[in-house]
Write a new protein. Structure first.
Length: 101
């Protein structure tokens, strides 16, 4: 267990270590950068699922759906989130982030 996890005094604090990633999504003739943050929880609320990944952009303006993923490993949460990034098309007026030239 990493030392940082011992800094949490009470489970309600939800102490988490953040891991940042970037991925390029091609949609039509454009490419966009999407940032993904993975939280590694000191004490997870959901059993052994210590890792939660979420994209920084809502893909649907009505439901505000943001691709995400839970897992007991960093790679698993990131992979599930990436699967959902590629599974759904962005439906808002402009994709958050900058188009990649």
């Amino acid at each position: 267990m990493d030392d940082w996890k011992y800094a949490q005094k009470h489970p309600s604090e939800h102490l988490a270590k953040l891991h940042f990633f970037s991925v390029t999504k091609k949609q039509g003739d454009r490419e966009f950068e999407i940032r993904i943050t993975v939280k590694e929880f000191a004490l997870p609320d959901i059993g052994v699922l210590n890792f939660f990944a979420m994209a920084d952009v809502a893909f649907d303006p009505v439901t505000k759906y943001q691709p995400s993923g839970w897992s007991n490993s960093l790679m698993g949460a990131l992979a599930e989130c990436l699967h959902n990034v590629h599974k759904f098309d962005y439906q808002g007026p402009e994709l958050a982030g900058k188009a990649v030239a």
